[in-house]
Design a protein around this ligand. Structure first.
Ligand code: BES
Ligand code: ZN
Length: 594
């Protein structure tokens, strides 16, 4: 037996799924998907087949001839879920499992109408990365097992469905009051890219190959915010080669979506907190778009190689931003990233094995150790390779890399071997071993000079000497400059200082959530009462973990703010996404007592 992925029961000695068919009814009353999942093989197979599942109820399994397929459940594992072992009868080329999901399925969030912009209809969305696809369907839930898929989703007739696939059409029925959406994803994707959303979903075209989907109440704002999408796609194609996935659409979700963005193929899922009204947060879209190459074409073989996915994508994101908006704009991205990286290194301790690029996460829940390290350390390593090889040579290398590994899922070691083959000697010149297998940020990390930002950081550092930005300077700052200024202010601050900041920078009314939340963190850490109402609003509305984590952490510093955090969490917890809930619980567990 060979289990190659520490987060999956998939066994490489057993038959590998070649494609997937889903037929599911979406029931908003019971919060369940129910129906069938068919795993297709490319030849006749037999014997044991281990599948990943989590909280699924199985009603039966049969092969393509209708022969019953015996199965056996293993004991559930808290991280991996429950192994389902089928024994395929000789001559099996497809097996169909009749099943339903649990209302607690970790990949799904079922929203009440009150949690949507329209407040009239319920909403459902999925988030499968890293290992939640198994709570949607029984399958070999490892990125090594890539599958094309077909799906039929039956939903209430007043709602629409989207998936990470091409829409073939929809038809009324099969039951009264329902309609069925038919999807096809002909390209092989890792199971973590399976995705669906159901709700009152409207759309606006942005270009012949792109549209934005959102609730009718937010669709215009989303179309305006992301109007420059086609320009980014064309730029990315110039850098990395043709866009391979047919359409590139966006879906702006209700605010409880736990991430900023998720690169579901053909339809990136986005938090509505990107709708700042000034296009200042489009870097997230550049990032998810970049995954169409770095990630969705070539991805990590398991969570231990996650940096191959995210590190390359952050690098690619900033190449796109540089090409579209210029070098200074990209440099600001690098500057914000450095702050995030340093925070993460400090949180883990810079000698922690979790700060290596290549990790060893057997027995560890990938959600628990999610951090900026694979992103920002990874991207710095890729830039170091780029600078050492020279941009032209490196860009050719990236094209070769995409070509060589397209539609596969690879390990760090496979990458290193390819690097040595195509750019011999580079790896040892940059000391790749230290970067990949060692902790912390090596001394030869590339830097991204940006004098404007240095001045802002110095200004923030001078606060205690009475230095303040004047109104004219603040008016000239862009969103990143404001954010960097706030990030570099020591806290707590006095109530008088908080008031000054809020008025001088118009913070409480900010539409840019990065700035708003940084301000609210300062206010929370300073026990600044006038901001409490805004903090409460944000924490009850927004589920993006990137905002919940620091804001709940900042509330831990004072008796009164801790009490407020507990109170907000108790009243909001049933509405949080399961992932967000866990993150907050772990933040609150480390609050001082009392
Ligand atoms: N694929 C990730 C999101 C993710 C990672 C979900 C791991 C689950 C497990 C996505 O591409 C991402 O990185 N999103 C970032 C935005 C980005 C600009 C760094 C986010 O959501 O903040
Ligand atoms: Zn990403």
């Amino acid at each position: 037996m060979a289990r190659l992925d520490p987060h999956s029961y998939a066994d490489s000695d057993q038959p590998q799924t070649k494609s997937l068919r889903l037929k599911l009814d979406v029931d908003f009353d019971s919060h369940r998907l129910s129906g069938e999942c068919t795993l297709v093989f490319d030849s006749e197979v037999s014997g044991p087949l281990d599948l990943d599942t989590r909280a699924l109820t199985l009603h039966g399994a049969r092969n393509q001839t209708g022969t019953e397929v015996p199965y056996e459940w293993a004991d559930p594992d808290p991280i991996l879920g429950q192994r389902l072992r089928l024994t395929l009868p000789p001559g099996t080329d497809a097996v169909t499992l009749a099943y339903e999901t649990s209302p607690e399925a970790s990949a799904l969030q079922w929203l009440t109408p009150a949690q949507t912009a329209g407040r009239a209809k319920p909403f459902l969305f999925s988030q499968c990365q890293a290992i939640h696809a198994r709570s949607l369907a029984p399958l070999q839930d490892s990125p090594r097992v890539r599958v094309p898929y077909e799906a039929e989703l039956t939903v209430p007739e007043d709602l629409a469905a989207v998936m990470s696939a091409g829409l073939q059409g929809h038809l009324p029925g099969p039951a009264k009051g329902k309609r069925t959406f038919v999807f096809r994803m002909p390209q092989a994707i890792p199971p973590y890219l399976l995705a669906l959303a159901v709700g009152n979903i409207d759309s606006r075209d942005l270009s012949p190959r792109s549209r934005v989907y959102a609730e009718p109440e937010t669709v215009e704002a989303a179309a305006w915010e992301f109007a420059e999408l086609e320009k980014m796609i064309v730029t990315a194609e110039g850098l990395f080669g043709p866009y391979e996935w047919d359409r590139y659409d966006l879906l702006t979700l209700p605010p409880s979506f736990p991430y900023g963005g998720m690169e579901n193929p053909r339809i990136t899922f986005l938090t509505p907190t990107l709708l700042a009204g000034d296009r200042s947060l489009v870097a997230v879209v550049a990032h998810e778009l970049a995954h169409s190459w770095t990630g969705n074409l070539v991805t990590n073989a398991s969570a231990d190689h996650f940096w191959l996915n995210e590190g390359f994508t952050v690098w690619a994101e900033r190449r796109i931003l540089e090409a579209v908006y210029g070098q200074d704009y990209a440099a600001m991205g690098w500057a914000l990233g450095l702050k995030d990286l340093n925070d993460a290194l400090e949180r883990f301790g810079k000698d922690s094995p979790l700060t290596r690029l290549r990790t060893d996460l057997g027995g560890v829940d990938p959600d628990e150790v999610y951090s900026e390290v694979p992103y920002e350390k990874g991207a710095r390593f890729v830039t170091l390779l780029e600078r050492t090889a020279g941009r032209q040579r490196f860009d050719r290398f990236i094209r070769d890399y995409m070509d060589a590994f397209r539609f596969t899922s690879i390990s760090t070691e496979e990458f290193l071997a390819f690097l040595e083959e195509k750019l011999p000697g580079i790896s040892s010149r940059v000391n790749a071993q230290a970067w990949i297998y060692g902790p912390g940020l090596p001394d030869n990390a590339p830097t991204f000079p940006c004098p404007a930002l240095d001045r802002i950081q110095a200004l923030a550092g001078g606060w205690d000497r009475g230095e303040r930005p004047d109104a004219a300077a603040i008016a000239r700052w862009n969103a990143t400059e404001k954010l960097l200024y706030l990030q570099n202010l020591a806290r707590p601050r006095t109530a008088k200082e908080c008031l000054w900041l809020d008025e001088a920078m118009a913070l409480t009314g900010q539409g840019n959530y990065e700035i708003l939340v940084e301000w609210l963190c300062i206010a929370a850490a300073s026990d600044y009462e006038p901001a409490f109402e805004r903090i409460r609003q944000v924490l009850t509305r927004v589920g993006r973990m990137k905002y919940l984590r620091p804001l709940y952490a900042a509330l831990g510093g004072h008796v009164r703010t801790r009490a407020m955090a507990h109170e907000i969490f108790d009243s909001a917890k049933d509405r949080y996404h399961p992932l967000s809930r866990r993150v907050i619980e772990s933040v609150m567990e480390s609050y001082p007592k009392g």
